[in-house]
Design a protein around this ligand. Structure first.
Ligand code: 1BN
Ligand code: ZN
Length: 378
């Protein structure tokens, strides 16, 4: 009698458990079905509202970061070459005020170097008038794209003009000859690893060399950011070439993120997170710094802290070439040293105050970040 009821209890118990499991499976399936169906309905509504953008436009919402392995970090760090970097910096390190012969000379150097690296070049040329007594002049933004047939772009940016000074001697090493040389160095070091679009996504590398960032007199809305204002306006008015039938999409829709480098190269280089919308990317840069430091692949010479401040919360914004793009909805990472280097807008912002080991550390961090974003070949 006792044995029988025990068997019954066991059978009934198992049956209850099996039923409960079955019920859970069924309810989960119907829940995920209904949430999938809900997602699909919402996506379809968003698509209709935007005029049916292509899939790559929706893929942009998640950053395609794949962590590099330790061996990959070693291999990327090993691509540094001091002579190569200085060879790329030296031709830029001359007075190059917009509309002058020096500016034209640097333009030609950038274009030739990038063409030799396999980039497709577009020039955004326009005339504008700085305040008197400065004459009306031509400004030229240089757009270099690795694979012009890829619809999405990881965009790295510097300004190649230098600030006007009455002596005609200011060379702006940190502002922004070094950042521009860093972009050329990155393109050289990663040649053959990011030949064309990423293997995982429809995404490529685009480098922007902006003209007319500097004010000729006092920094103001009309006397500054000549190139950035023109290019952001022009791209916001141009239908996206990868979605020509979608009225809501313009050339800016192809930018995953606009990463601006400025005021880099002295020992007092420090970055901060200015934008919560790109906090994940800033954190990745900061993680890359940590991993390179742990593997002793960067020097962090004489520093008590990291290059990438871990303060957590974003601090107020600094006006720069990103603003016209940001105001049109482009996501921004602003890699500008803050506080500004002590040589900022002084004649001492020259090669004597550039610290190669600092620049090289940041070159390595950027190389790793770009490879993680674009899934480099190794
Ligand atoms: C950066 C380098 N800037 C100029 N040269 C931008 C800037 C704008 C810096 C306003 C300080 C104030
Ligand atoms: Zn400046």
């Amino acid at each position: 009698m006792w044995r029988l009821s025990l068997r019954r209890i066991v059978i009934v118990g198992f049956s209850i458990l099996a039923l409960a499991y079955l019920f859970q499976l069924l309810s989960f399936a119907s829940f995920s079905n209904s949430s999938n169906a809900q997602d699909a309905r919402q996506n379809a509504a968003a698509k209709r509202q935007l005029g049916n953008p292509p899939q790559w436009f929706f893929d942009k919402t998640s950053s395609p970061l794949t962590a590099a392995s330790d061996d990959q970090l070693r291999s990327l760090a090993g691509l540094s070459n001091k002579e190569r970097f200085l060879g790329l910096l030296q031709p830029i390190l001359i007075p190059r005020v917009s509309g002058t012969q020096g500016n034209l000379q640097v333009q030609q150097f950038l274009i030739t170097t990038l063409q030799n690296l396999g980039y497709t070049i577009e020039l955004d040329k326009f005339d504008d008038s700085p305040p008197a007594p400065h004459a009306r002049r031509t400004f030229t933004n240089i757009i270099a794209t690795l694979d012009p047939n890829a619809p999405r772009r990881l965009v790295l940016v510097c300004h190649y003009d230098s600030k006007f000074d009455s002596r005609g001697e200011f060379v702006g090493a940190t502002d922004s000859a070094v950042p521009c040389a860093m972009l050329l160095d990155l393109a050289t070091a990663l040649r053959g690893r990011v030949d064309n679009r990423s293997t995982k996504q429809d995404i490529t590398l685009q480098l922007l060399f902006m003209d007319g960032e500097e004010a000729f007199g006092e920094w103001s809305a009309t006397d500054s950011l000549y190139g950035a204002r023109h290019l952001a306006n022009s791209w916001s008015r141009t239908r996206n070439r990868f979605a020509p039938d979608v009225a809501s999409m313009n050339e800016l829709s192809s930018m995953d993120v606009f990463v601006l480098l400025d005021l880099i190269g002295t020992t007092d280089t420090n970055f901060r997170n200015f934008f919560s919308s790109t906090g994940d990317l800033y954190n990745q840069l900061s993680k890359d710094e940590d991993r390179l430091a742990q593997l002793r692949l960067i020097k962090q010479w004489g520093r008590l802290d990291n290059y990438f401040d871990r303060g957590g919360f974003p601090v107020g914004m600094i006006d720069d070439d990103h603003r016209p793009f940001m105001e049109k909805g482009v996501k921004i990472v602003h890699l500008i040293s803050y506080p500004f280097p002590s040589v900022w807008h002084k004649y001492e912002d020259n090669i004597a105050n550039i610290h190669y080991d600092t620049v090289d550390d940041i070159n390595k961090i950027l190389r790793v970040f770009v490879c993680e974003y674009l899934s480099c070949r190794f």
